[in-house]
Write a protein of this length. Structure first.
Length: 548
């Protein structure tokens, strides 16, 4: 890499690092995997990104060892998406500016942390509602790359629904802007004698000629991050061709995002949280469909393992809540007491109702609570935002808490984001638990139960020789069950190394070929994040399992 680095330094204003400490740091994300890059760069300007892509393209044209570019932001990805053997491009260091906040939109760079973005948008009474549970850790660029969703997705949808425009540096080393087009605008774009014109021509032809196949392929669930969302590009009913729909969720495999324009909403000002302590998971499917009839704004959950860890690391929970430890301990006293006399609940359900009329919101929450009397469950409706926040911190931070506080075991996200239609849960969940219980593992369950979207995180000792086989065998069985119920293997976490090998089984060979053609339309030389979304193998993934 010495010669390449020397050339890069002549045209690159950002940071360039190939020391062992930096390479080791960028060898991991929140996934199962470890892959050491050859080089880590942090561009300062769009011109830096353009020069980087041009130089990589020029080096690859010479033949020999090929270079590639894999974008990384916060490193919270659970799929191995930002891991690479070649060059990692860190966009969080300098592409971290909020450029503009308008009446109902914001223009922002991809390296901005969501937590910082939200603080600024709320000053304007605006919100990007597709934030994930990792809202305190993730960047907005990562949200776009994975088409993230979260606790508000039940009524507000995913990140793709809020992206109005994207700027990206493509394979020719130039920045282009992508936004929804009328058919007349599309025709003008197709006539351009540029890479942009070529992409519009080929992409529009692909989605038009395969319209019926793609409509049939679209997963019949409320959210999906598997594959490329080609089925959403061409909206003939509204006369619109929207390339952002396939760019969002493409996990950095088409180019490098440099700027995002988000549509924002005005958040509701009032909320009440109905908390349900569930001791018997057998009634969960029936309970979910019952609660959904009350149309909550959010419907989340975490299980007994997560609850136990949260109580064990209570001082850290208090730190996250930024409050007095004694005061917060008093707030949690009912939960501690309930645990002492009745045991840890199998699952805690968080059912949120929001609006702008406090009395109306409270009425909805208490009506839902009263309707649960037939289930004979312990329930409560929170009276303040602070009281509700303690439950939200446990839910939002559950993966991070487990990741850092379970001695001798580590989180193993490989069946971490499955989704089926909620009405199928009475049939699906018993079969899912039966599969999980075939193996001698501890596992946690949290997620967006209102969407039928569950995050199942086994806790494993990856030094154990049996671990590799469990990952392969259990993953295959669980995903086969998901396919039988016409669900998706990822509602919001995306494919990466761990799920790309399952896409042919999920969509079929014909649709997988359309995904490969789409990758080739944008990136025929396979410069950007190779092996993710298409042409990835489980052998490669398992060869890079992090057992440290």
């Amino acid at each position: 890499m010495g010669e390449f680095i020397a050339k890069l330094k002549q045209k690159f204003k950002g940071e360039i690092a190939d020391d062992l400490g930096t390479l080791n740091q960028y060898s991991h994300d929140a996934s199962l995997f470890e892959i050491k890059p050859k080089l880590v760069v942090a561009p300062k300007t769009v011109e830096d990104v353009e020069n980087l892509v041009m130089l990589v393209e020029a080096e690859n044209a010479k033949g020999g060892r090929r270079l590639s570019l894999t974008v990384r932001s916060a490193g919270t990805d659970m799929t191995g998406g930002p891991l690479s053997e070649s060059i990692v491009v860190d966009m969080s260091r300098y592409f971290s500016k909020i450029k503009q906040i308008g009446a109902d939109y914001a223009v922002v760079q991809p390296g901005v942390f969501y937590r910082d973005f939200e603080k600024e948008t709320l000053k304007h009474d605006l919100l990007l509602p597709s934030y994930p549970a990792s809202r305190e850790l993730c960047t907005v660029g990562g949200m776009v790359a994975n088409n993230s969703g979260g606790e508000k997705t039940l009524i507000y949808g995913k990140t793709a629904d809020y992206v109005e425009e994207l700027k990206m540096v493509l394979r020719d080393g130039y920045e282009y802007s992508f936004r929804p087009l009328t058919f007349a605008e599309l025709e003008r774009k197709k006539k351009l004698n540029t890479v942009e014109g070529e992409i519009y021509q080929q992409l529009s032809e692909l989605v038009e000629h395969n319209d019926e196949v793609l409509r049939m392929a679209k997963p019949k669930v409320s959210k999906n991050s598997a594959g490329y969302a080609l089925w959403d590009v061409w909206d003939k009913e509204h006369g619109q061709f929207d390339p952002t729909r396939v760019l969002v969720g493409s996990q950095g495999t088409f180019g490098i995002i440099t700027e995002i324009k988000f549509r924002l909403i005005k958040p509701d000002t009032q909320s009440r949280l109905l908390v349900v302590f569930l001791k018997d998971l057998q009634i969960l499917p029936q309970l979910i469909n019952h609660v959904l009839s009350f149309h909550p704004d959010s419907f989340e959950s975490y299980d007994d393992h997560t609850f136990h860890v949260a109580m064990k690391v209570f001082p850290e929970i208090a730190k996250r809540l930024k409050g007095n430890l004694l005061t917060l301990a008093f707030q949690f006293l009912p939960e501690f007491w309930a645990t002492l006399i009745g045991g840890i609940p199998k699952m805690v359900l968080l059912i949120e109702f929001t609006g702008n009329d406090s009395a109306e919101v409270q009425k909805r929450a208490f009506a839902a609570q009263a309707s649960l009397a037939e289930f004979k469950l312990k329930t409560k409706v929170t009276s303040t935002t602070a009281e509700a926040e303690k439950y939200w911190v446990v839910r939002r931070e559950s993966f991070n808490l487990l990741r850092h506080h379970v001695a001798g075991l580590r989180t193993a996200p490989f069946i971490d984001d499955l989704i089926v239609r909620p009405e199928r849960l009475p049939e699906f969940l018993p079969k899912l638990y039966a599969l999980l219980d075939q193996y001698d593992i501890i596992y946690t369950v949290a997620g967006h139960v209102g969407d039928g979207n569950f995050h199942i995180i086994p806790l494993m000792n990856l030094h154990d020789p049996k671990a590799r086989n469990i990952i392969l065998e259990l993953g295959k069985k669980v995903y086969q069950l998901v396919f039988e119920f016409h669900g998706s293997i990822t509602g919001e976490h995306n494919d990466g190394l761990i799920r790309t090998p399952y896409l042919e089984q999920m969509f079929g060979k014909a649709v997988l070929q359309l995904f490969e053609q789409t990758k080739d339309i944008f990136d025929p030389e396979n410069i950007f994040n190779p092996g993710k979304k298409v042409r990835g193998s489980m052998d490669y993934a398992m060869a890079h399992l992090n057992t440290a």
